[in-house]
Design a protein around this ligand. Structure first.
Ligand SMILES: Nc1nc2c(ncn2[C@@H]2O[C@H](COP(=O)(O)OP(=O)(O)OP(=O)(O)O)[C@@H](O)[C@H]2O)c(=O)[nH]1
Ligand SMILES: C=C(OP(=O)(O)O)C(=O)O
Length: 240
């Protein structure tokens, strides 16, 4: 039996977000952050998880979350404790909002290539464990952490979080890293974005990257699925 789960995502102020993404002007960088959030939420929904909560100090992020059907929690600011404090506060807020929740999935908000199928499989693989995680594509970060909602121990998101989560005794899912390439592909740098585009990204991210709002090339190309559109730069939008 799958226990009722909630998904939590944390996003810092857009002004300071994705500072390693060089070569992007401020407006497009902000648009990319919210687009990746939207695509990640779409993948979570496609995995069958309907209780999704975003914690952020930024009203524009919370507006995006609401438009995607997620709950929003306003953080006071990018204060001390950063992401791990935000995740702890997000878990507490999710438990207040959805008291039936027994499991929480802490999902990075920059996974535009993740699919519902991958997330569903990872959540199922995590089910036997109190705490389990999926490392990112480089193996040093954490893309997804699943745990019992009532656990009080802090998370270790941040630099080298995968090593810290391993050291704390969390179970690493698919340690050989053969599965779930899209789920593992968090986007911090231009290289990460290129890797995600190779795999295929959600339509919001594809639109920002390709500047293709309202593109109808699928119909022109005779393709059957709107998610198979091929926008500029050759990136392929994934079929969720
Ligand atoms: N709500 C909240 N989210 C945070 C905080 N710190 C980091 N995050 C989010 O956690 C994820 C990873 O954080 P970072 O790698 O520090 O930031 P980033 O914006 O992804 O990239 P850089 O600016 O290049 O470090 C991103 O989704 C951030 O927006 C925080 O203090 N509060
Ligand atoms: C916060 C993390 O990732 P990144 O800094 O790569 O976004 C992490 O992997 O724990």
């Amino acid at each position: 039996m799958t226990l009722p789960a909630g998904a939590i995502l944390a996003v810092k102020s857009l002004a300071g977000a994705k500072s390693r993404l060089t070569g992007w002007d401020d407006e497009r960088r902000r648009a990319l952050v919210t687009a990746m959030l939207a695509d990640t939420i779409a993948a979570i929904h496609a995995a069958g998880c309907t209780r999704v909560l975003v914690i952020s100090p930024d009203p524009a992020v919370l507006e995006e979350a609401a438009a995607c059907g997620a709950a929003g929690v306003r953080e006071d600011g990018d204060g001390p404790g950063g992401l791990n404090r935000a995740m702890a506060d997000g878990i507490a807020a999710a438990r207040r909002r959805w008291p039936e929740v027994r499991r929480v999935a802490l999902v990075q908000a920059d996974l535009p290539a993740a699919t519902g199928t991958q997330l569903r499989a990872a959540l199922a693989a995590a089910a036997p464990y109190r705490q389990a995680f999926v490392a990112d594509r480089r193996g040093d970060g954490t893309a997804l952490l699943v745990r019992d909602a009532d656990l009080a121990t802090p998370t270790r998101f941040g630099p080298d979080s995968a090593a810290l989560h391993r050291r704390d005794g969390l179970t690493e899912l698919d340690p050989a890293h053969t599965l779930w390439a899209g789920l593992r592909n968090d986007v911090d740098t231009a290289d990460d974005l290129d890797a995600a585009l190779e795999l295929g990204v959600g339509e919001r991210t594809a639109a920002v990257v390709g500047d293709l709002p309202g593109d109808h090339s699928a119909a022109d190309a005779g393709q059957s699925s709107p998610t198979a559109r091929r926008p500029a730069r050759g990136c392929v939008m994934i079929d969720r």
